[in-house]
Design a protein around this ligand. Structure first.
Ligand code: AMP
Ligand code: TRP
Length: 297
């Protein structure tokens, strides 16, 4: 039963997370932490998107246990099933049904622009499944099925939400009667916090990801104290002291990533973090960041 606490009635949140592999800091700071902050004020629906997960090969029993694990992890992070709806996507068959209807609205040209498909399919584009290609159409169905108005996600999902907007307005134009031209409202991405794109700890040009072969590239939400100490110690930085301004920081990707992670957890702006640490080396900063991570994770 959803808590009957007054929520802003004109807004509705939908977001999803795939039940694959370990959740990491990027998932937490880019998505889950914001979900936790929003759930009390806005009607919220969060889905463990198992139909999205099968766009790449999965071992069925592993998928089942990952679904339980991810659900446990988001509840442990503060999602309260009394405040928000939490469910697994495949238990509501209408996601797949609406996705089919949207397949007949979405244009191939729109999907060809999706950078995530290009990254995931890589050189094996011809061998990728049609499901992987159509993945953003299913995502549009997830959001629009509940007529969600806001979609809190990490920066990497912005393009998919723009596509959901294109699908919604195209559907409205094609099928809705004149008095229902806003049948589907256009969902807004909510890209919140200081760490909307958390990068790999080994390479500041790459997104922190579940699929990176190196476990040292990410902090998993299941990492213990020793793992966190080791990973932050090994995290790539550079030989210069911490700068004074964000402009100076912007060309030092690995340093910027660590500052943003710190800022994300402490809910401070990166500039406030720089004001605290400018002129110091990374050793002191890493010690403090490690303590914060150990405490929160
Ligand atoms: P996924 O694990 O791909 O299902 O992603 C779940 C949520 O985490 C989405 O809202 C993503 O945008 C977000 N996310 C995943 N990786 C990162 C990252 N490295 N930085 C920020 N947000 C991320
Ligand atoms: N594609 C999203 C990701 O990989 C997960 C997702 C599926 C999602 N459906 C969604 C996110 C609907 C927001 C809204 O991160």
């Amino acid at each position: 039963m959803i808590n009957s606490r007054l929520k802003q009635s004109n807004k509705r949140i939908f977001s999803g997370i795939q039940p694959t592999g370990n959740l990491h800091l990027g998932n937490y700071l880019g998505a889950i932490k914001n979900w936790v902050n929003l759930q009390g004020d806005i009607f919220s629906i969060f889905s463990i998107v198992d139909l999205h997960a099968i766009t790449v090969p999965q071992e069925p029993s592993q998928l089942k246990s990952s679904t339980h694990e991810v659900t446990a992890a988001i509840i442990a992070s503060g999602i309260d099933p009394k405040s928000a709806i939490v469910f697994n996507q495949s238990s509501v068959k209408e996601h797949a049904e609406l996705a089919w209807i949207f397949n007949c609205v979405c244009r191939i040209g729109w999907l060809n622009r999706m950078t995530q498909f290009k990254e995931k399919a890589g050189k094996n584009r011809e061998k990728a499944t049609v499901g992987l290609y159509g993945y953003p159409v299913l995502m549009a169905a997830d959001i629009l099925l509940y007529k969600a108005t806001h979609v809190p996600v990490g920066d990497d999902q912005k393009q998919h939400i723009e596509l959901a907007r294109d699908i919604a307005s195209s559907f409205n134009n094609m099928f809705a009667h004149d008095d229902q031209k806003d049948f589907f409202s256009l969902p807004e991405p909510q890209i919140l916090g200081q760490a909307t794109r958390v990068m790999s700890l080994r390479d500041g040009t790459k997104k922190m990801s579940k699929s990176d072969f190196s476990d040292f590239s990410r902090i998993n939400l299941t990492d213990n104290k020793d793992d966190i100490v080791k990973k932050i110690k090994k995290a790539k930085t550079d030989a210069f002291p911490i700068p004074e301004s964000e402009t100076e920081l912007s060309s030092r990707l690995e340093a910027q990533n660590l500052i943003n992670i710190y800022a994300g957890f402490e809910e401070k702006s990166p500039q406030v973090v720089l004001d605290e640490y400018s002129g110091k080396g990374f050793a002191d900063f890493k010690k403090d960041l490690t303590e914060i991570l150990i405490e929160k994770i």
